[in-house]
Design a protein. Structure first.
Length: 196
């Protein structure tokens, strides 16, 4: 997490003044580092990563049912309803997989911040899918090459890949006007009214 602290400090030094949300994958100590560098930020544990780690040691026969039951938790309308659903999950699965319910309870405070916000922006808060897609694209590019002559060759290839993929980033974000209104409502001093 210390490395990421340096990265965040570097971003701050380069002009990033504020970040409303960080969606993290559970790296030990990362939440504390974020809190030190950007104290007003809300840290949200990535739900998709949490589901993946939850089923890592689950029998393949049970994995689909467990994923379905976990989805019932994070797709609730409120944190209270989600908590009740987690209790139901534990009643059903604790005998066979007690570590899953324990892990969700242990990380509950970082798994539930998105419930404080309207449905329109929840998905953008609770998952790192956009970042995952970018990483997948970069991995795909580098995997097809056997070796690189030097570090600069790798950097050039990654740069060109990013330039090529930025075209898809120009597409409109689904429901953006509604999302922007929600951000302006919840963060009036941090999200300017003209940003939508």
């Amino acid at each position: 997490a210390r490395h990421w602290g340096r990265v965040l400090e570097n971003l701050k030094d380069r002009g990033v003044q504020d970040v409303c949300f960080f969606c993290v994958d559970g790296l030990n100590g990362f939440s504390e580092v974020i809190e030190n560098v950007f104290p007003r930020s809300i840290v949200q544990r990535c739900i998709i990563h949490m589901v993946r780690t939850s089923i890592r040691h689950v029998s393949w026969k049970d994995s689909r049912a467990i994923c379905s039951d976990l989805k019932k938790i994070y797709s609730q309308d409120s944190v209270e309803a989600a908590s009740e659903q987690l209790d139901r999950f534990k009643i059903k699965w604790d005998k066979k997989y007690p570590a899953i319910g324990q892990k969700w309870e242990k990380n509950w405070s970082e798994l539930t911040p998105f419930f404080d916000y309207p449905e329109a922006i929840r998905r953008s808060i609770y998952t790192t899918n956009a970042v995952e897609a970018l990483h997948r694209c970069l991995r795909k590019t580098t995997k097809t090459k056997g070796a690189f002559t030097n570090e600069q060759a790798l950097e050039k290839l990654l740069y060109l890949t990013l330039q090529h993929n930025t075209k898809s980033w120009k597409r409109k974000v689904r429901c953006w006007p509604e999302m922007a209104r929600s951000f302006m409502e919840f963060f009036p001093d941090r999200f300017p009214s003209g940003a939508g």
